[in-house]
Design a protein around this ligand. Structure first.
Ligand SMILES: *Cc1c(COP(=O)(O)O)cnc(C)c1O
Length: 366
């Protein structure tokens, strides 16, 4: 058939196991399932957002405002930038896709850390671009700078904080990397968990306004899928110099965001109580996992996100632990497919975390 040759060797993204699969395969009732696998907000979706979506539903027959005027205005106000500096995507994932498409072909290279968000490499492979990786999984500024200078990739992804490890470069380190990169190389700062990092440590806060003023080759990526609790509505954004946004927008399909998603995102930005409660729960409960890991001598990476990653000793196999939890209705993320014996747990609500920890403890004591 007439498909492009490289398609046959492409790998697709392995998403966290959906709840429906656990109901089907393990016969567990929906209400007994605890899903801590995809870094969703355990508080759910803000009530104010749900109300707004219901109200907006009657406009479903209309095409959305393709200029996305209202949401851009809200984001521009929040970040103190101009609407011309903003692009909206179907999740920040779509903006990552557009970025790779806009910059890379078979002659080109992208640079990432060796353990990071899988979509960078997947979109690179769609475009037949080569992926260069730093030696360490956690982000290391010196390693990024060294490979950049040696191999001159034309696209660099910094995931700050980094999924699936949870590590996070200081802002000063990010600037050190940006200062070493020439203006004809595009840099994406993927800040899907940026709100969590900024809450925990001010030195980790990336300010889009500062970034786009100093670095015309750099784009800040944010999402409504994590802290804002809108993963199912698929909405994210990029903030960059207006020329950068103009170029990227040429590849965006019209009406790529639904009316409901646009409305939901605008209201989600305003519900500061919901956001504050989400952040508070996250770091209070993170501590419970840290204490548990310490008591069991399990290594973990200090996390600036809404998940924690346990680096397991050889004696504990990540896949069999995950399988054990799955049979009891607890879904977490096995990182075996990343080539490490580790698990990633999204920080849930108190009771969910208690159950999860109890089950891991039980597994360890078998
Ligand atoms: C979740 C995530 C995204 C994108 O999420 P969307 O739902 O597509 O907005 C991007 N980068 C990282 C590192 C993520 O973890």
């Amino acid at each position: 058939m007439g498909f492009k040759k490289h398609l046959s060797s492409l790998k697709s993204y392995e998403a966290g196991k959906p709840i429906e699969l656990v109901i089907r395969d393990y016969g567990i009732r929906q209400k007994d399932i605890i899903k801590l696998a995809s870094n969703e907000n355990p508080l759910g979706t803000s009530k104010k957002v749900i109300k707004a979506i219901k109200k907006e539903a009657k406009n479903s027959y209309r095409y959305p405002d393709d200029s996305m005027f209202e949401l851009k205005k809200s984001l521009a106000k929040k970040y103190k930038v101009d609407s011309k500096n903003i692009i909206i995507g179907q999740g920040s994932d779509q903006i990552i896709e557009l970025l790779v498409q806009a910059t890379c072909g078979s002659e080109d290279k992208i640079l990432t850390s060796s353990l990071t968000f899988a979509m960078y490499e997947i979109y690179a492979s769609h475009n037949q671009a080569k992926v260069l990786k730093t030696k360490d999984g956690v982000h290391n500024a010196d390693q990024f700078i060294e490979i950049y200078q040696k191999s001159k990739p034309n696209l660099v992804f910094l995931c700050i904080p980094n999924n699936p490890l949870g590590d996070c470069l200081d802002r000063s380190e990010v600037y050190r990397i940006l200062d070493s990169i020439s203006s004809d190389t595009i840099v994406a700062l993927d800040c899907a968990y940026g709100e969590f990092a900024a809450y925990k440590d001010k030195n980790k806060e990336i300010k889009p306004k500062e970034i786009i003023k100093k670095y015309k080759n750099c784009i800040y990526l944010g999402t409504f899928s994590k802290l804002y609790g809108l993963g199912g509505l698929r909405i994210g954004y990029g903030i960059a110099d207006s020329n950068f946004i103009e170029m990227l927008s040429k590849l965006r399909a019209p009406f790529n965001i639904t009316n409901l998603s646009l409305k939901a995102a605008i209201i989600a930005l305003e519900d500061s109580t919901f956001l504050k409660n989400s952040l508070k729960n996250n770091f209070k409960e993170m501590k419970v996992y840290e204490d548990f890991a310490k008591s069991k001598n399990i290594d973990f990476i200090e996390s600036y996100t809404n998940f924690i990653t346990f680096m397991l000793p050889k004696s504990i196999d990540s896949s069999s632990l995950c399988e054990y939890l799955l049979k009891q209705g607890v879904i977490i993320r096995d990182l075996k497919s990343y080539g490490i014996n580790a698990i990633r747990i999204t920080i849930g609500l108190r009771e969910q975390n208690k159950t999860t920890i109890k089950l891991i403890d039980k597994y360890l004591k078998r």
